[in-house]
Design a binder for this molecule. Structure first.
Ligand SMILES: Cc1cn([C@H]2C[C@H](O)[C@@H](COP(=O)(O)OP(=O)(O)OP(=O)(O)O)O2)c(=O)[nH]c1=O
Length: 190
């Protein structure tokens, strides 16, 4: 039985979109980058922690497989997670304005006997944003709960001048890569 260790409605929706049957699990893991840890290594570790926490919550269920994912926005080697408050959201958007940032998503699939991951990195170029635009966007409430304080799938779409990579990856679950991971599940390990 496949489980998705995520409280994110976007991830649940994207997995449903590709016709996968799963049961969602609520997990809560600490998201704190260690000093010297690269953005990629950090995103991967958090995604794996989520999947492992989901598996642990199932106890001794034998044939359980659990997906866990993490998504972060990275600019100049700095990781932008979810904003703490409106000022934090506005500060992130000011930093992203007129620049290209990376969105890293990593997905882990874990079971009692096997752990495997896929990674997806997209490049997103933001339009130059003036203060009224930033204030109006923050006031919609959309930045909260989103890495980098925006949602490409929502009103935040108008902030994005160019995307190179995976739209679903920016939203939180890269569907092409996730499908490959699930396909590999049916294939014996090499
Ligand atoms: C950049 C961007 C991020 N996001 C979201 C995806 C993720 O839900 C969130 C990043 O936070 P995550 O910590 O990756 O995920 P989460 O806490 O929402 O969910 P869970 O840990 O339970 O799986 O930002 C968007 O929805 N749209 C975007 O354009």
């Amino acid at each position: 039985m496949l489980h998705l260790a995520s409280q994110s409605p976007r991830r649940r929706q994207l997995l449903e979109q590709i016709g996968v049957d799963f049961v969602a699990l609520d997990v809560d893991v600490a998201e704190q980058r260690a000093s010297g840890e690269s953005p990629q290594a950090y995103v991967s570790r958090v995604a794996r922690d989520k999947a492992r926490a989901g598996l642990a919550s199932l106890g001794s269920m034998q044939d359980a497989f659990v997906l866990g994912a993490d998504t972060e926005v990275v600019l100049d080697d700095e990781v932008f997670g979810k904003p703490q408050n409106a000022d934090d959201a506005a500060a992130m958007l000011r930093r992203l304005s007129g620049r290209t940032h990376a969105v890293i998503s990593v997905v882990w699939l874990v079971s009692a006997v096997r752990e495997q991951s896929v990674e997806c990195v997209s490049q997103v170029r933001f339009a130059t944003l003036d203060e009224p635009t930033i204030a109006a966007y923050v006031a919609t409430g959309e930045p909260f709960g989103k890495a980098g304080a925006y949602a490409i799938q929502g009103r935040g779409a108008v902030l994005v001048e160019h995307l190179q990579g995976s739209y679903s990856g920016v939203m939180g679950l890269p569907v092409f890569e996730t499908a490959r991971l699930l396909h590999d599940l049916a294939t014996p390990s090499k």
